[in-house]
Design a protein around this ligand. Sequence first.
Ligand code: SF4
Length: 326
Amino acid sequence: MSRVFSGIQPSGELHIGNYLGAVKNWAAIQHRHPSFFCVVDYHAITVAYDPAQLRQRTRDLALTLFAAGLDPAVCHVFVQSTVPEHTELQWIFNTVTPLGELERQTQFKDKAQRQEQVMAGLLNYPVLQAADILLYRADVVPVGEDQVQHLELSRVIARNWNARFGEYFPEPQPLLTPTRRIVGLDGQAKMSKSMQNTIGLLDDAETTWARLRPAVTDPQRVRKTDPGRPEVCNVFALHGAFSDAATQADVATRCRTAAWGCMDCKKVLHEAMERELVPIRTRAQALRDEPQRLDDALADGTRYARAAARETIAHVKDAMGLAPAG
Ligand code: SF4
């Protein structure tokens, strides 16, 4: 059966864009495939950061992933830096990765422009990403559209290594998430913490409503009596993620016929969001109350991941004429 790997950076509190665009899909996939889900803290240190904040964010993210539906009895959730084979394989892959392929990566160019000094880790980031995936010989990777280019590089690296040392690594294929791009509450940019256009996954009901209330809707709907266009409205897109089909159809009709105002529409959305988010908040609180459960779940994930990783590294080192682990 196809193995799945996906990683997420501990770059701040998880928001509903992360949830709808990735984590909700992972929670469904875990029941269909052997799955490895990783908090990729090594990826978070390629730009300036605060160590204490990284430690806290890593733990908070792991807690949120379990609260959002990843089940430690079903899938393997772990922190990247607890499995040192990730960086071991990255070094090996550096030796079969053409420099030109790295320099062409658009994410590198974008991020490098924003740095005063560009570190080599930023350039080599996609090689670590290839190591993350191929360490578990994963053949399916749930990704957003902006990650497809990195995945293509993972296939190049797998091909190059296989051509030189024998067929071993699969060429991982992307699995695009059903909810592809979540636009922020400003109705403009992708939902992102840095754009301040998000709703936190663990925000309480009042905060969620305070964020949703002023959200941008169809700009042509100036008065309540103006018919609206749900197809251009971001609030309607969120109904698509949280409301059932009958509610979505009702919302679209009421909008097009000016039968209600945007605030009524947002209230119905808020109720639908609460139905889905309350159980997540409750599980998060339970994990905060019993931190040992979080530690145990992560330790189990690491144990399983390391066993799989050691198997891969043993094969790779043998095929390449490197000395086995002592
Ligand atoms: Fe958007 Fe709802 Fe307002 Fe229509 S009624 S424009 S779908 S918020």
